[in-house]
Design a protein around this ligand. Sequence first.
Ligand SMILES: NC(=O)C1=CN([C@@H]2O[C@H](COP(=O)(O)OP(=O)(O)OC[C@H]3O[C@@H](n4cnc5c(N)ncnc54)[C@H](O)[C@@H]3O)[C@@H](O)[C@H]2O)C=CC1
Length: 293
Amino acid sequence: MRVVVTGRQGQVVTSLLERAAERAEVIALGRPDLDLEDEKSVLAALESAKGDVIVNAAAYTAVDKAEQEPEKAMRVNAAGAGFVAAAAATLNTPLIQLSTDYVFDGALTRPYLESDATGPTGAYGRSKLEGEARVQQAQPNAVILRTAWIYSPFGANFVRTMLRLGASRDEVGVVADQLGNPTAALDIADGVLAIAARLRDDPTPELRGVFHMTGAGEASWADFAEAIFAAAQRCGRKAVRVKRITTADYPTPAKRPANSRLDCGKLARLYGVALPHWRQSLDACVERLLSST
Ligand SMILES: NC(=O)C1=CN([C@@H]2O[C@H](COP(=O)(O)OP(=O)(O)OC[C@H]3O[C@@H](n4cnc5c(N)ncnc54)[C@H](O)[C@@H]3O)[C@@H](O)[C@H]2O)C=CC1
């Protein structure tokens, strides 16, 4: 199977390249060859790459910065996703579009289902939600995969930020009143490859549409940070305390949902795909990061 993915250095792209092994050939296309802001480059690059399945993993992911440049977030995450979907339709190729828990407002007190009403609280979430709509319009042969709180040994993410802060501090303040599902990018890659193989071979309409896919288990950012520091301590690093603070204590430009837990039951039922518990994958990630520094 030949999987063509947008982006070259993102967490999910890098994980797909690493996890492909003998299951798939993964071709990563990034700027300048494929720029989501340039429709012609998107079609030309995807056409020449000739994938069995296309994965749109590139995105404008700077959640806070998006508040200052919402038009740019829209161009990349909404228009750009639409370009990828239109190209996928032209090339008659199924598409997997990565999306986010931040399409929800966080008011529910249970994990969100695919059928729950969306209501993004910031520019990033709005742009990703509009991206979902453009994909569904342009290429019905698509899976929109909402994931969340991605961490990995690559790129910028919460695990790497905590390890950096923990190296120079004994205590770090972390918000304890936002709940979500930490998700390893390497596990996302495994899930995406399984979904891609099924999408290519199985035309069942129920396999298309919106699906939630996160690591099993839930956490607040403070729980997540505590687990990171515990794993680091097992690797010989000093202890770091987590001071549990509130969202009000740590204002950010983008308002984040208090609860963005996603219910992943639909993906398990229809695809038989369920990602490992975030704690399990976290230990491997921390060990890998600390052994390489
Ligand atoms: N990082 C997270 O915690 C979450 C991410 N997601 C979604 O998952 C997907 C993958 O996220 P990550 O791998 O963490 O992202 P990332 O930020 O690590 O990588 C994004 C990639 O997109 C590329 N990119 C940005 N603008 C581009 C453009 N105009 N043309 C071509 N490439 C461009 C960047 O160069 C980068 O390589 C994205 O769709 C993101 O919205 C969903 C939920 C949470």
